[in-house]
Design a protein around this ligand. Structure first.
Ligand code: DC
Length: 336
């Protein structure tokens, strides 16, 4: 006989008896089903509820499911400032005949408690310079999950095309290169490395010339199909924050949270110009602005998976907001 324990959590939409019992039942049934448990396997269950829940004991739902001889107890969860409200947590102790791996169950808004276990996907789209990569990186860090910058993959393709002396605007120049092109990413908590045919091009792809080439190759459906397939495979395996142009509309249409970040073209050009200056790259503001406007048009007017806000994405204009303000807004959206 092996002893083990499994965790779960769920949120309720309001503090009323029916809702609490309904959601607790849903959580218990999923824990039982997912882990192939029968009632005899359950030794005891501890329930906790956040302090905003007091209409009924969640354990009543367990009794109603026939768990009449299992020791149950309900406690109040410690209150931590800013934590997820209206949440019921469960810790179930079980005895098993075998070595099976037990699976936790986090449902409704409680998926944000353990995004690593629940394969959370967050899509952040928007035009160049809206702050996507900074926001996506910081949000991923805050959630303890990985961040994938899909733009870097288009940049790698742009680099390949330029290195071969071809024109990134011409499909007949670009498409024949695809079968021999290997673009992959290495992700870890520290960031992302982009490999082009096995070569690390992470730093090389951050030039204005490559930005424009990336935007051009991104208009070619065959390029998108190849890169989107890689992006979807990554999202299947790990919880992730992904940023790009078509993540919420095309790459991950079922993402748990979709954000469309934007800012005025002037503000975005100002940020890019400042970034370039800080890197010691002399640039003139007007030409940076023109490039931003040209890239917006390129990315938004292409026929296949253009840059656009998904219907269910939350629009956030970052023009007058600090990065911290935007992150707090996103964490709030995930918790509510
Ligand atoms: O996010 P970025 O500036 O690194 O992206 C470079 C270009 O790549 C962008 O102008 C359009 C293209 N791109 C795309 O078409 N789809 C994505 N998901 C990401 C980037």
């Amino acid at each position: 006989m092996k002893f083990n324990a499994v965790r779960g959590a769920i949120t309720v939409s309001e503090n009323n008896k029916e809702e609490i019992l309904l959601k607790t039942r849903k959580l218990l049934l999923q824990l039982i089903e997912k882990n192939g448990l029968d009632l005899q396997a359950i030794i005891s269950i501890i329930f906790t509820a956040t302090r905003d829940i007091d209409a009924v004991y969640p354990a009543v739902a367990a009794r109603e499911l026939g768990m009449t001889s299992i020791p149950l107890i309900c406690c109040q969860e410690m209150h931590v400032k800013g934590s997820l409200p209206l949440c019921i947590r469960v810790l179930m102790h079980v005895q098993l005949e075998d070595d099976r791996q037990l699976q936790s169950v986090y449902l409704e808004k409680a998926v944000t408690l353990r995004p690593d276990l629940m394969n959370l996907t967050i899509a952040i789209d928007g035009p160049a310079g809206a702050g996507k990569s900074t926001v996506a990186r910081l949000l991923a860090k805050r959630m303890g999950i990985l961040y994938l910058d899909t733009g870097a993959m288009y940049r790698a393709m742009g680099l390949k095309v330029l290195e071969r002396g071809r024109d990134p605007r011409k499909p007949e120049d670009v498409i024949p290169l695809l079968p021999d092109t290997d673009i992959s990413v290495q992700l870890d908590e520290e960031g992302q490395k982009v490999l082009l045919d096995g070569r690390d091009v992470t730093d090389e792809i951050r030039t204005r010339r490559i930005s424009n080439a990336a935007s051009d190759v991104g208009t070619i459906p065959e390029v998108r199909q190849k890169l989107v397939e890689i992006q979807r495979q990554i999202a299947k395996k790990v919880p992730i924050v992904m940023d790009g142009r078509d993540i919420g509309t095309y790459v991950l249409p079922n993402a748990d949270l979709k954000i469309f970040l934007t800012a005025s073209p002037e503000e975005r050009a100002r940020r890019r110009w400042k970034e370039l200056m800080e890197k010691g790259i002399k640039s003139d503001y007007d030409s940076v602005l023109q490039e931003i406007i040209q890239r917006d048009a390129n990315d938004s007017n292409r026929s296949f998976a253009p840059l656009q806000k998904a219907e269910d994405a939350v629009l956030i204009d970052t023009t007058n907001k600090s990065i911290d303000q935007v992150i707090e807004e996103l964490v709030c959206l995930l918790n509510n």
